[in-house]
Design a protein around this ligand. Structure first.
Ligand code: DOR
Ligand code: ZN
Length: 324
C-alpha cells in the first residue's frame, strides 16, 4: 500500500550539537530525520556543554535545520543531579520539556521539585529510569503526590509496562514511549536500556496496542565506529531513518495495529505531550517494500537494523518549514 500522510514527530533524538559534531550535527541529524519521514524532532540536552542555560537553548533553536527542532533542557545544572535549572527562563528561550536523559535523577526530592516546577511552567518532565522499573515506580508516586505530569523515556521491560498500566488505571498523569529497537527481535547491538527478552518485546507491542505506551520515539543516538571501539561503554543506535520500517515490520505486518494507530503515536500524541504544533507537509510511505538498511544520511552508522530485512519505507518526505 502507498500511503500519503503528514510528516511525523520524533520526541527523543540526540543531535550531538554542541560538542559532538563528529558524530552528528543539527543539520545532518535533521537531514536524517527528513529522510525517515519526520517533520519535527525534540533533541535531548546531553550535549557538551549540556543544554542547561537559556543561551544554549536559543542556540539550538536558531541553528540551521532541515525540519523543526525543539530542544529539551536539562532538569539539573550540568546534569549533576544537585540543583534544578531555571525552568521559566529555559521555557522562554524555547525549551519544550526537561530531562536529564542519559542519567537518572537519583535525588527523590530534586525530582519532586522538578515535577512541581515543570507543572508551573507547562513543561513535560521526561524521566530516564535506571533501574528502569524501580525509578519509574518512584517517579509515578511523585507525580501522583504532586498531581503533576510525567513522561517515561525508552521503556524496555514488561515489568515497567505493568507499573505504568496500573498507574494509568489510577488516573496518574503519566505517558510513556518505547523505541523501534525494543519491538523487533532482530535488532542487535548495545543500547541503554539494553535489548531485553522476547517476553519483554511482546509486552511492549501489546502495551502500544492497548495505549499503555503512548509514543514511539527513536532515541537516535549517533556514535562513530572509532569511538565505540575506544570506549565500548558508548551505546545507542541511530534510528531516524529506520523507525518507520522497523515499526511497520513489528506492528503492522504482524497485524497488531493499523497504520493510522501507529502513526498517531509518532505524530499527534508526541506533539500533544510536548505542546508543539504537528508538522505540515506530506510524506509518502510504501508500507510493503522490503529493504535492508546499509547506508545512512546520518553521519554515524551505529544502527540496530544494519543487515536486517525491514518491510516498509518512507519514499518521500516534504515537511513544510514554518518561517521564524
Ligand atoms: O544508549 C543510549 N545512548 N542511552 C542513553 O540513555 C543515552 C544515549 C546517548 O546519548 O548515547
Ligand atoms: Zn536518549
Amino acid at each position: 500500500m502507498i500511503l500519503a500522510v503528514a510528516p511525523l514527530v520524533d520526541m527523543h533524538v540526540h543531535l550531538r550539537e554542541p560538542g559532538g559534531e563528529h558524530k552528528e550535527t543539527i543539520l545532518t541529524g535533521t537531514a536524517a530525520a527528513v529522510a525517515g519521514g519526520f517533520g519535527a524532532v525534540a533533541c535531548m540536552p546531553n550535549t557538551d556543554p549540556v543544554l542547561d542555560s537559556p543561551e544554549l537553548i536559543e542556540r539550538v533553536c536558531r541553528a540551521k535545520a532541515h525540519c523543526a527542532v525543539y530542544p529539551i533542557a536539562c532538569i539539573s545544572i550540568g546534569q549533576f543531579g544537585r540543583r534544578l535549572t531555571n525552568f521559566g527562563l529555559l521555557r522562554r528561550a524555547g525549551a519544550v520539556a526537561v530531562s536529564d536523559d542519559g542519567k537518572t535523577v537519583e535525588d527523590e526530592d530534586l525530582m519532586r521539585f522538578a515535577l512541581l516546577s515543570a507543572a508551573d511552567h507547562g513543561l513535560a518532565v521526561i524521566s530516564h529510569c535506571e533501574p528502569e522499573t524501580e525509578i519509574c515506580e518512584r517517579d509515578i508516586t511523585l507525580a501522583e503526590e504532586t498531581n503533576s505530569r510525567l513522561h517515561i523515556a525508552h521503556v524496555s521491560l514488561r515489568s515497567t509496562v505493568e507499573v505504568i498500566r496500573s498507574a494509568k488505571k489510577r488516573g496518574v498523569h503519566v505517558t510513556a514511549e518505547t523505541c523501534p529497537h525494543y519491538l523487533l527481535g532482530s535488532a542487535h547491538g548495545a543500547v541503554n536500556p539494553p535489548l531485553a527478552s522476547e517476553e519483554d518485546r511482546a509486552a511492549l507491542c501489546a502495551a502500544l496496542k492497548d495505549d499503555t505506551i503512548d509514543v514511539i520515539a527513536s532515541d537516535h543516538a549517533p556514535h562513530t565506529a572509532a569511538e565505540k571501539e575506544a570506549d565500548p561503554s558508548l551505546c545507542g543506535f541511530i534510528g531516524l531513518e529506520t523507525s518507520v520500517g522497523a515499526v511497520l515490520t513489528a506492528l503492522y505486518h504482524t497485524r497488531l495495529m493499523s497504520a493510522a494507530d501507529i502513526f498517531r503515536k509518532m505524530r499527534e500524541t508526541p506533539a500533544a505531550i510536548l505542546g508543539i504544533p504537528v508538522p505540515q507537509g506530506e510524506i509518502v510511505v510504501d508500507t510493503d517494500v522490503p529493504w535492508t538498511p546499509q547506508k545512512f544520511v546520518s553521519m554515524s552508522s551505529n544502527c540496530a537494523f544494519t543487515g536486517v530485512m525491514l518491510r516498509g519505507r518512507v519514499a518521500v518526505c516534504q515537511p513544510t518549514l514554518l518561517p521564524d
